[in-house]
Design a binder for this molecule. Structure first.
Ligand SMILES: [Ca+2]
Length: 406
């Protein structure tokens, strides 16, 4: 987008803020400020609608702090809360650990299948079984070495009573075809209300595999929905289509490292790494095509255009929001806690390259305000979740765990 589009976007968004009455949007009209992004965009591409990028900024009015709890993690990748309020955390090289909300970190939990930690691979996202208190089951995503290269895989296992090992670890799903490369594995996993698993993949980055994001006979560049045994979930959109993989839920994705359910609506939200200037936030609907690599707001990192340099096309979904320059989103959660009432229903995204936690105010499935938190710490934020105390907990590539709240 051109610079001269910004004042219009700001005025429109400000009107939205002053008239919005949804929970989480009240009382923010006085705090709407200039968009948080001040760097020039990478292209002059125009958004599909006002407010799709560079929305007006907002600022949290009540006091909060980002408290460092520990620096003793080793490249943590995923964080999920156990029923007792402690956190199970994956570490990229293939271990899990438990951290208390005070920052005490356990020894390594072993027994997981070997991961291929090269490049962007390793032990990735995780999900705790809703009945964990009874069955102690955990589900996770990892990059797996195979004779043909490697692939994103999903496994499950039981956390032993002494919390030292994962017992009976079983690989339940492989996002094939395998490929010799170590980028764009996706890697998040979410359990839906029917007990099935949403799993995100990537298109493995190279131009050779990129077209598979649009191909329904490949698991690359997809959001998948599988059972806890790795089978296609009932009710998936392409069930019965002989030319499609029945586990596919949505397609046309680049590298999906954020998946979460919106507790207010039940919708699945996703974010993905775009090319230069094209990171996206999407609301995922079954069977829809999210466009990569046919449409994108980004350009190649070389500076070349992507494909035919198209941003909008009939039949392809528009992102709810995009970032140009990129923020490198990896991990997100909707806030439902009472620790920070003004954050209720806001979406929090951990960002790597831009080194902050992004706070987005959502109304009617659109972004109406953006704030950057903890931008002064120099941390690559990798994942974020909510704790039992209603504060947010975020892990960083540098091995840190922070609590964000009052
Ligand atoms: Ca897209």
């Amino acid at each position: 987008m051109k610079m001269n589009n910004r004042p219009l976007g700001f005025a429109f968004a400000f009107t939205l803020l002053t008239t919005a009455t949804l929970a989480g949007v009240n009382n923010l009209s006085d705090t709407a400020i200039a968009p948080v992004e001040t760097k020039p965009p990478n292209s002059d591409y125009k958004p599909a609608f006002t407010g799709q990028t560079r929305i007006s900024g907002v600022k949290t009015t009540s006091a909060y702090e980002g408290k460092l709890l520990t620096s003793d993690l080793k490249s943590p990748w995923g964080i999920a809360m156990l029923p007792d309020g402690r956190f199970l955390i994956t570490e990229k090289r293939g271990m899990m650990r438990i951290a208390t909300p005070e920052g005490q970190v356990s020894a390594e939990i072993t027994g997981l299948p070997e991961v291929n930690p090269a490049g962007q691979g390793g032990l990735l996202g995780l999900a705790i079984d809703p009945a964990f208190a009874q069955n102690r089951m955990v589900y996770w995503v990892f990059s797996e070495k195979t004779p043909d290269g490697n692939n994103t895989a999903v496994a499950k296992g039981k956390l032993s009573a002494d919390e030292k090992t994962i017992e009976g670890a079983t690989v339940i799903y492989r996002a094939t075809p395998a490929y010799k490369g170590n980028l764009h594995y996706g890697g998040r996993i979410v359990i839906d209300k029917t007990g099935n698993l949403f799993v995100s993949t990537g298109e493995r980055s190279d131009k050779q595999t990129r077209p598979q994001a649009q191909q329904l006979n490949s698991a690359l560049g997809k959001v998948l929905r599988i059972t806890k045994d790795g089978k296609p979930a009932n009710g998936n959109p392409f069930a019965g289509d002989p030319n499609a993989r029945p586990e596919i839920y949505s397609y046309g994705h680049r590298n999906v490292q954020g998946l979460t359910l919106n507790p207010a609506t039940g919708d699945l939200w996703e974010h993905e790494f775009g090319p230069r200037g094209g990171d996206e936030l999407n609301r995922i609907q079954p069977g829809k095509n999210y466009g990569w690599a046919t449409i994108t707001y980004g350009i190649e990192y070389s500076g070349d255009k992507v494909g035919d340099a198209i941003q909008q096309k009939d039949g392809l979904e528009q992102p709810v929001y995009y970032w140009d320059p990129v923020v490198s989103p990896s991990g997100m959660t909707f806030y439902t806690g009472s620790n920070m009432p003004e954050w209720k229903n806001n979406l929090f995204i951990s960002c790597l390259s831009s080194q902050h936690v992004d706070r987005l105010i959502i109304a009617n499935n659109k972004v109406v305000g953006e704030e950057r938190l903890l931008g002064n710490l120099g941390q690559r934020f990798r994942d974020i979740t909510q704790g039992k105390d209603g504060a947010l907990y975020t892990i960083t590539d540098q091995g840190r765990l922070y609590r964000i709240g009052k």
